[in-house]
Write a protein that binds this ligand. Sequence first.
Ligand code: AMP
Length: 290
Amino acid sequence: MSPNPTEAKIKVFTSPQELSEYLNQQRRFNRSIGFVPTMGALHQGHVSLVQKAESECELVVMSIFVNPAQFNQSSDYTNYPKTLEADLLLLEKTKCEAVFCPSIEVIYPQTSKTQFSFGEIETVFEGQFRPGHFAGVGLIVSKLFNIIGPCKAYFGEKDLQQLAVIKQMVYDLNFPVEVIPCPTIREISGLAQSSRNQRLNPKELEIATTIYKVLASAKTEILGFSNVELVIDKGIQVLSEAGFKVEYLSLVDALTFSPLNSIEGKSSDSRLIVAAWLGEVRLIDNIRVL
Ligand code: AMP
């Protein structure tokens, strides 16, 4: 266990062995472990995951690790906000008891040779625009599951495709963990909270609210049986005129990520998903339609 820069109560671990020892001790008291993996630069979205974990588990562990293996652009990795002291202060206000913040060398002492591949879902949307991203996510999440051994792990619906990939991985590899999806926390403006929002200036923050406005009005139109293709074209146009470079805006099945042209006859979860660049910052969001 390493010294905590905030001098606070929360236990900060940098060594997997020390964390495992601590958690094994806790398991002897039959404490169930809830796990919240993050890359730090914490906001209320992350806190909501901790709160959900607190309500269902006796001990909550968070990891804070900016995982180089899941960044397909080195500039995105370099510019990713790293705010450990502020993160620990925020966590002090929650019931999270332990934080795992390992170094890159501890997690990747050598280049990993095991490679994850998730089939079709990895070739579309986030997978298409961020090649290698989900392989990196699979690698770090499985390492963290093995180090921590949680009963339940909490993931945000904000990263909907990541959630689908993790569920698939847990199912395929029989990880003894239950994946709990958590709803997206938004600013009053509707903007989904994101660590990347810290990189937006005040003007861009205002423009960024267009994403939710487009999603919400597209949802209303689709529920009113407007032509999905036309609704999506209009949404892309509104975003482009606001200054975004849109990578995708699409209606999909939330489980398979197959594109949908209509909601007619659809009973399971369908979502509008979007990814767009505002200047140097890439934002993603989604909204449930049915
Ligand atoms: P990140 O630190 O961005 O990798 O996110 C860590 C976890 O927090 C992931 O499961 C995200 O889906 C989740 N998360 C990020 N933003 C939000 C949000 N606005 N609301 C709910 N969960 C979120």
